[in-house]
Design a protein around this ligand. Sequence first.
Ligand code: DGP
Length: 129
Amino acid sequence: MTDPTCIFCKIGTGEVPADKVYEDDLCVAFRDMEPLMPTHVLVIPKDHYRDVTDDVPPETLGHCLAVVRDITKREGLTGGFRLMVNTGDDASQSVRHFHIHILGGGRMPRPNDQDWGEFATNAHKLSPR
Ligand code: DGP
């Protein structure tokens, strides 16, 4: 079931364009319009779930993760990558449609590392691949 007011549902149906890197019956993957890393892809189910706690069926969760794994290979993220699932207010989730961020293409400090602040300020300036 989709939500006609949700921007990610609209990307899923094709009503709103996006730079899609993968699509099947259950999910779609597209490049984030505000990339934080040279590779920044979002994987979403086509059905609307507010966030990961919103009773996403296990098959859908598993399928999305399998798609994530395939995309990291296709994008050549051999050095590693980071997955991020912002959930709710405390995580500053801005689009209330469950999505998995794939971030890669360069070294990412951990949030408690000394260079985290500099990274967080400058990451968006990295050129996309
Ligand atoms: P989050 O904070 O986890 O809810 O991240 C939402 C991300 O979605 C954010 O990095 C920007 C991205 N985004 C929001 N609207 C659009 C859109 O219309 N198209 C694309 N490609 N990305 C979007």
